[in-house]
Design a protein around this ligand. Sequence first.
Ligand code: NI
Length: 138
Amino acid sequence: MSDIRRFTVSLSGDLLDRFDQQIAGEGYDNRSKAVADLIRSALVDQQWQQGEEVAAAIILVYDHHHTGLGSRLTAIQHDYHHAIICSQHVHLDHDNCLEIIAVRGKPASIQELYGRLRGTKGVKYGALAPAATGQGLD
Ligand code: NI
């Protein structure tokens, strides 16, 4: 944040009104932060598309009673130990587990890991929340 520059953007009044309404609903109190976040979001999309180092969260919900499921998920995670930063296991109720796995690495590797976990029989829900390492986003 050492080099702050100002620039002028020309938009239709309707578009600006909709933008202001949207960002207010999202909790922004100024346009600069909202515009910067849109730019960062586009840059992170590009990092994923170009195969740069990225970070992400993998979210899984499964029934731990499903035979062998826990050990299969653990075995898959060991295959990608280089990419996994940490994981958190939450016992949602008597049957269901929520697992949140923080990962870092190349997008293809992260997507492959996610695909293997999500595709394991007995996993009820999976989501991949793409994120970034933070590099190049200042
Ligand atoms: Ni559990």
